[in-house]
Design a protein around this ligand. Sequence first.
Ligand SMILES: C[S@@+](CC[C@H](N)C(=O)[O-])C[C@H]1O[C@@H](n2cnc3c(N)ncnc32)[C@H](O)[C@@H]1O
Length: 275
Amino acid sequence: MWDPQQYLRHAGPRLRPLHDLLAHVPEALPPGRDGPPRIADLGCGPGGPTTHLADRWPTAHLTGYDSDPAMLDAARAHARDGAPDTAGRLDFAHADLADWRPGRDERFGLLFSNAALQWVPGHQHAFPDWIADLPSGGVLAFQVPGNFTAPSHTLLAALRNSPRWRDRLGAPSRADDVLDPAGYAAVLTPLGCTVDTWETTYLHRLTGPDPVLEWTKGTALRPVLTLLADDPQSRTAFLDEYATALRTAYPPTTEGTDTVTYFPFRRVFVIAVKH
Ligand SMILES: C[S@@+](CC[C@H](N)C(=O)[O-])C[C@H]1O[C@@H](n2cnc3c(N)ncnc32)[C@H](O)[C@@H]1O
């Protein structure tokens, strides 16, 4: 259960890796069946990022796929009320990436995904089918967080598995689901791709009270908030415990009149071009 408004509270820092990824995707994409390139935005979320793809490829027809109804509602507003130059070439559809497949008939030139594949366990096992359906010159480009050993995640996992919460919230960490750049290159190169992959650690400068808690409320905390949705008292108790631990791990500092918290965030980028 996602909350587009909470997710968009940090839209600025969340967009920066999207632009860093986009900057390295080749300009020329193979044509779609009807001429202009076809682009899939996998795990499109609230749709704003999809419009950046529409700007970069002004003739392309784009489809954003997501499994969350609230995110899809927010995304569809972009197709309905968006800029005139995206009219008729932007749409959104429900799909679970765990069993989604491009399909040869669609002839996608670009499969794009920003900050979504980490939610799909074993996503790299889908790559052989995804690459097989791409035309020559087709591109798979994605970015995933690689911060699962950071305090924001380890503290959350430890709290979920503590005696107080284990029975309701206990869950393993998802650290193994995301590979490092060399791991993705090792999977995609034998599939007939030339792979450009790298990692970047951003140092997000966040302001306001408990900003790391607010950030995780939009992403990593979603499963917990969903499990405690009908129990506000427990939800508040869990968030208080987690916020206290986060304040120690990410201490706020003062810059002039601002209270600032620096939040390091590692991300892994992959661009695979099919031969
Ligand atoms: C962190 S958001 C990223 C959204 C967007 N790509 C962006 O750049 O802002 C992750 C998105 O992945 C979607 N998602 C998670 N698991 C999914 C799955 N199995 N199938 C489809 N979408 C999924 C979520 O619903 C959410 O909208």
